[in-house]
Write a protein that binds this ligand. Sequence first.
Ligand code: LCS
Length: 394
Amino acid sequence: MKKERTIGTQCVHAGEGPDPAYGAHTTPIYQTSTFVFDNAEQGAERFAGKEEGFIYARMPPNTPTHAVLIEKIASLECGETGQAFSSGMAAITAVVLSLLEKGDHLLSTDVVYGCTYELFSSILSKFGIEVSFVDTSDLERVRSSLRRNTKLIFLETPSNPTMTLCDIEEISKIAKDTGALCVVDNTFASPYFQKPLKLGADIVVHSCTKYIGGHADLLGGAVVGTKELVKSLMPVIRSTGGIMGPHEAWLSIRGLKTLHLRMEKHASNAMKVTGFLEAHPKIGWVRYPGLSSHPQYEIAKKQMSGFSGMLSFGIKGGIEAGRKLMNSVELCSLAVSLGAVDTLIEHPASMTHADIPREVRMKTGITDDLVRLSVGVEDADDIIADLDQALMRV
Ligand code: LCS
């Protein structure tokens, strides 16, 4: 029996082979907006979905470069197929616009990326979709927040920026019992450390801008699921047009080839940084799923095979102390985004999550003292030395 390939091999090889046109060893960038049909009949067959093939770069399967990327991500996520988007937000938008309609209810994790919060709270409500933000780390709360019209449960775990986790397997069961679909934003863990579809979720979404690309040089998004579910997104994908460009698809393919190497280093560096921060007198608390002090450590061990480079901590002295820290780093970059090879530091309450009303931020733990760190793949000692010198100036 053929042995199933393990994840490192999948990262390097899945979806790829010599290009059928000229045998190019690496996947070429098909920098084209359209494809020439052999004849009018073929064009009609492709439009009718009776013949597989490429049509126009906005129409799935977009281009051969996109097709390779999708096969690679779908393979890593253990899903059947997927779709690449111009950004993570375009991916999330396509999912909610496709699967929800007026009168439906969306139940979402209460702590999500700021623009996801805005999309759900301000934009979906304009179309008559009910939304509730729920502490999904509490299964009882999830159960008691279900409504007869709940159609979608959207989970972000670990959540941005509090690093709160929820039990994907249990909530997927709850969703099935209610007849709702369960969508998981897997951006923080990456498919290397967490596989929501294997835990029962229906759809995975990603910001490829983060660990998938890995080098802070592209914007992109992806969705993975069954062929049937991904097909149901097609009308919105075709008609809203937020698809990934071919160059970004190529960069994402190249990024994924080293995902396994990068994620191991991000995680081991993050663990070392937490050790330094936990022992530092100016730090009030540290939140990282790999620490036994994490409130959902048991869930972390159950559903994650490692814990990535994302962590948050509270600095004593609140926002002023945080500002001094962020203005004093030299190696780390003061920048939003995450999942890059270099270490990024930011202040969610005034940056990525500033649009969330303060009372909501306070209630959900996005406090003013919270500093978010995306630990890179530099040598850990240098990251720690930089944080140490910056903390000395606080
Ligand atoms: N999902 C999560 C968990 C995210 O953190 C982000 C972006 C998105 C989706 C959206 O992805 P994008 O459209 O940017 O590709 N998070 C960001 C952050 O924390 N800082 O800048 C962007």
